[in-house]
Design a protein around this ligand. Sequence first.
Ligand SMILES: Cc1cc2nc3c(=O)[nH]c(=O)nc-3n(C[C@H](O)[C@H](O)[C@H](O)COP(=O)(O)O)c2cc1C
Length: 183
Amino acid sequence: MNIAVRYYSQFGRTKTIAEEMADELGVKASSVVDEPVLKEHVDVLFLGGAPYLSIMDPALEEYVNGLDPNMVGCVVLFTTSNWSHRTAIGMRVKLEERGIRVAPGHFYAHMAAIGQSKASARAYAREAAEKAAQIAEAAEHEAPADKGSRVKEFAVEAASVAAFSAVVIVSVVVARRLFKLRS
Ligand SMILES: Cc1cc2nc3c(=O)[nH]c(=O)nc-3n(C[C@H](O)[C@H](O)[C@H](O)COP(=O)(O)O)c2cc1C
């Protein structure tokens, strides 16, 4: 299983959690500022950040918006903050909008309890990596079905456009005949 851990952290709290997770998974955690692009496909990408005045940092947003869906099997989210979970929720929305799979839930550590959260971050990382890898693998098998259903959707759309056009044409012909009969 190929795993990567990426984070954005201004004050080091999210970085600490990222490093605990990465160490547990036997990989290195990198900041999205230092490594803005995935160089190789990963089965599972751990991605973390925090809110600053209620929004995620633009550098993290840029990373999320630029993530290549073909390079990631499934994303696992984590966040630290004073109270808000909105960075994880916001990342999920943006990733899923772009067709990138995201594992259910996310890891949360309160900013004042980073030290106490290290063990749970490690446990979460182990479990989430397994689950996300299963999601990524299942999705690979699903891919042809997805393509098939898109073809079906297109066929239904084309048939309804054709039916609508036929109704319009018939209505015009009938209206013209009626108009001719009257005049
Ligand atoms: C300028 C600033 C704004 C913050 N705004 C929020 C916020 O809107 N909601 C929240 O829950 N925490 C907020 N926090 C707390 C941070 O999200 C929290 O300290 C987080 O752990 C920082 O992560 P980092 O150390 O990885 O940068 C703010 C902190 C700072 C310094």
